[in-house]
Structure formats: C-alpha cells, structure tokens
Design a protein around this ligand. Structure first.
Ligand code: CLF
Ligand code: SF4
Length: 499
C-alpha cells in the first residue's frame, strides 16, 4: 500500500502556544527565543505543558546495543528510556513506517515519533536512519526524536542533521570515569570489548563530544540521567552543570528501578532506587542550574499515546493490516485538532496571565503560609477529569500561595481494578496511599465512599469538587480554602503508613 504524505499542520508549525508558561518547565521555557519555543511547544517530553495535550509514539526498530549498563538486562528494553522489565516487539523500518502512519491517522494528538530502543538506536544506524528517512518524507509534520547512550553519537551527527532531527536525548549518568566504572562494566569500541575505567572514559568522551557537536548545530539536546543512590546521586548536580555549560536544553533525572526479577546486576545485588523525596530533592538541587524535566514516564520502546498511557495494543501489525484508513480525511482531522489545542492554550494563557497578576497583588496582603503537596487524577487536557478509582498515576503539584508548580508523578494500581491485594498482601488502596505520601489533598473528578475514610485517616483529603477544572486553578483554589480555614498555619498532619 502506498502511504500518503502527511501535510504540515499550520497550527502545529506556527507555534500556537508560543507565549505559554506552564508550571515548572513551561515557566522556564517562557524566556526562550521564538524559534526554540516553536520546536518544543508540541513535544510532550520537552514541554511540561505540551504533555497534557500531545502524544508521542516510539517504534522499536533498534535491537542491538554497544555498551552494558548495570541497570539493564538485554532481554528487556533499553532502561535508559524505558522502565526495566518491558519487552517490545521489534519492527522492520517498513513496518515501523506503516505503524506511524496508522497511529498518526487515529491519534491526531501524536506529534512526535521517537526511536529509543529496545537497544541503542545509533548502534543500529541502518534501521534507525531508514525509518527516519522514510518518515521525514511521508510525514513532515511529525517531529523526529532519538534517544542514545552516546557511544556512537559523534559519527552519527551528520546523518541526524540530514533527517531534520531536532531532538536528541543522551543518557549521561556521570562525567567522572571513576563513577562510570561502577555503572558500565564494558563498552564495545573499535571492534573489541573494553572494560573498567577505560570503558567509562571512552563513553564519557563520546557523550561530551556528541553533545557539543549537536548543540553547535542547533539541535535540542535533553540529557537523561539515572539516579543511582550511593553511586552517582551526589555527582549528578555536577553532571547537570557540565551539560548545561555545553548547551544541553533539558535535564531529566530518572529514578533507578532495580527489581531482582528483572535480572539486572543492580537488581540482583539489591541496589536500591531513590525515594520520591530523594528524587525531588536532587531535581530541585539541579534546577538552580538547569531546566528540569519532571514528567518523564520511562515509557516503553514501543509506547503509543499520551505520556502515562500506552495504546500500543491497538496498533499491533495484524490490527494495522485490518484498518481501513482514509488518510486524506485523517490528515485534515489532525490539522483541526492541532488548531483547536492551539486555541485552547491561547485562551488558557491569557486567563493565566490575568490571574497571576491578581494572585501576586493578593499574596502581598496575606500572611505567609507553608507549601502543600496535592495529587491530581487526570486523563490529559490539563484538567481534573479522572475518577480516583481509575487512576493508574497521579500528578503531584506543590502550591505555595504565590505559585503552583508541577513536581512529578506517582504510579499506582487503579483502585477499582486492583482486587483485594496486589501480590505482597498490600491492597491497591494501601499502595495508592503509600505512593501519595507527603500529599495532603487528592483532587479527582469523583471519589467513592469506600476509599474516602482511609484516605482521610492517612491525612490525605479527597476532593471531587473541582471536576473538569484546569489543574493549576483548582490546586490554587483548594490552597486558598485551606489557608482561609487556618490549615496552613500549623504543621501538616503526620501521615500514618498504610496498613
Ligand atoms: Fe521518546 Fe524520549 Fe523522544 Fe520523548 S520519550 S525518544 S524524548 S519522544 Fe519522554 Fe518517554 Fe521519558 Fe523518554 S516520557 S521515557 S523522556
Ligand atoms: Fe541496556 Fe540501553 Fe544500557 Fe544498552 S544503553 S545496556 S540497551 S540500558
């Protein structure tokens, strides 16, 4: 079947939400030059605001890898982007292109195609670039994105430029080979396996060289770092400074996930990952120097949909074969949806500017109050539109009276689908309460009677009164209610551990 060319959507390319500012990342983007904002405004990973509206997809065309990380088991996807323990279906470039076109027709919000595994995309240059080549011709309105460990990056830079790849992620866990020797047992370099400190030295040099070459060419570079307590946690603030100085645009510090059942070196050695609090503390420490990404979901190498959701099962090869798609009509629909999102964002932005001015005047008249963490259940669109019992993750916001900032997300098992217990005897509700530790309010479109009591007992106030409201407005309103009720003058209720 001949696939059509997807025309560039005027709304998408003209940067409809140019003046956006959105929680943490958005505010940091508002100072950026016009041409950079145009590159990131609809990229769900590079803009926190965009991730409420736009989707990404990955195609798993790159099976081989040229290094070994201690947090990776080759049976699974590259853990530099994916959650460990996930296996993706490897596609040929032709299959991948077909899948992208089918997803573009069915999910008009999909604006970015990334190649992130299941191995390293640049260790599979023919497959990776064949996919990019065809897509840049057939679907020029889709941004192309790649994520790499960086070992083969310098020799791939020219090819990346040829395909208009504007977004590259490099996983950089260290800039010190002594730290690197504890993370990377070997790299495959000049046709041989190099081990120990020398391996880390080669990898670091290649990553840094690749970063400099990309930024010199105006390509936006995001740096991913896996936070490994006791190994590189104290070193990552230095990494952030170094990569920023070399022009990296965004830093994404992700938590190590090391379960023994994944069979990774760290998993088997019992290496712990960071707690939510440790991760946030490090992200805050790096934020003084760098734009931080806090909404990463460590998605699969074949993920499809909004960040946090995975619609891959709707687009398996056999299902795509059976789809009857009217591509020209689908492409008109894409342009309409992008224009509608741009309009929504513009209205939201105007309302937000007016509100910020008002809040700033009001906050000068009010006594100082302590910050409050709130959890939010959302299906996207920047509004509170998810039932407590259906949420598989909660977005976490911090309200301070003068500001509402996004600080991360917490995954859980949906309470309504969790059954009585999840494996280790802990109920789905207990697990959610544990995951929401530190939060004093949970905002959702609805919450049932049954979880209400245990949530309250754990010091987390359920709140279904702001359904369909914009998240940041609702968080600010609840904060003001708490302040008016005198709840912010005292220390928060100490939360008990879920039973
Ligand atoms: Fe994919 Fe990565 Fe591009 Fe995004 S993911 S290649 S930059 S399009 Fe995004 Fe997924 Fe986190 Fe990656 S949420 S794992 S940061
Ligand atoms: Fe695994 Fe990715 Fe590291 Fe390769 S780069 S070893 S695939 S985590």
């Amino acid at each position: 079947m001949d696939l059509p060319v997807i025309n560039a959507s005027p709304a998408a390319s003209s940067g409809g939400c140019d003046s956006h500012s959105c929680g943490s990342t958005g505010d940091q983007l508002s100072h950026l030059p016009e041409h950079i904002r145009a590159k990131v405004h609809n990229h769900p990973c590079y803009s926190e605001q965009a991730h409420h509206y736009f989707a990404r997809m990955h195609v798993a065309v790159a099976p081989a890898c040229n290094i070994q990380c201690h947090y990776c088991n080759r049976k699974y996807d590259c853990s530099n982007e994916s959650r460990p323990g996930v296996v993706s279906e490897v596609l040929t470039p032709a299959q991948a292109v077909k899948k992208v076109m089918a997803v573009a027709a069915n999910i008009p919000q999909m604006t970015v195609l990334g190649i992130a595994g299941p191995g390293d995309p640049l260790a599979n240059p023919e497959r990776t670039f064949a996919t990019f080549r065809e897509l840049s011709e057939k679907a020029p309105d889709i941004k192309l994105c790649v994520s790499t460990n960086g070992l083969s990056l310098p020799e791939s830079v020219e090819e990346l430029c040829k395909h208009n790849i504007d977004h590259v992620t490099i996983t950089i866990n260290c800039v010190d080979p002594d730290v690197g020797a504890k993370i990377y047992p070997w790299v495959f370099w000049n046709n041989k396996r190099v081990t120990g400190r020398e391996a880390a030295e080669i990898l670091i040099a290649q990553q840094q060289k690749g970063l400099e070459m990309l930024t010199a060419r105006g390509i936006l570079v995001k740096v991913n770092s896996v936070m490994i307590p006791g190994i590189n946690d104290e070193h990552l603030a230095e990494v952030s400074k170094v990569v920023k100085a070399k022009g990296a645009f965004l830093h994404n510090v992700m938590p190590l996930i090391a379960e023994p059942e994944h069979g990774t070196f760290y998993g088997l050695m019992g290496q712990p990952g960071p707690t939510h609090e440790e991760l946030q503390k490090l992200q805050d420490a790096c934020a003084g120097d760098m734009n931080m990404m806090r909404h990463c979901r460590q998605c699969r190498a074949d993920a499809v949909g909004m960040l946090g959701e995975d619609r891959g099962q709707e687009f398996t090869l056999d299902k795509i074969e059976d789809m009857e798609i009217d591509y020209p009509a689908a492409m008109v629909k894409r342009a309409e949806v992008h224009a509608q999102i741009a309009r929504e964002l513009e209205i939201k932005e105007q309302a937000k500017s007016a509100k910020l001015e008002l809040v700033s005047i009001q906050s000068q008249k009010k006594p100082e109050a302590r910050p409050v963490l709130m959890a939010v259940a959302t299906k996207g669109g920047g509004v509170i539109n998810e039932h407590f019992g259906h949420a598989s993750e909660f977005l976490i916001y911090e309200a301070t009276g003068i500001d509402v900032r996004f600080i991360g997300h917490r995954k859980t098992t949906p309470y309504c689908e969790g059954g009585d217990t999840c494996g280790d005897g802990e109920s789905a509700l207990d697990r959610t309460i544990r995951e929401l530790s530190g939060c004093e309010v949970v905002l959702c479109s609805k919450v049932g009677y049954e979880p209400w009591g245990p949530l309250e007992a754990a010091g987390i106030q359920p709140n279904g009164e702001h359904a369909m409201e914009a998240i940041e407005d609702a968080v600010a309103a609840v904060y003001e209610e708490m302040r008016a009720a005198g709840k912010l003058d005292v220390k928060p209720v100490v939360q008990r551990k879920a039973a």
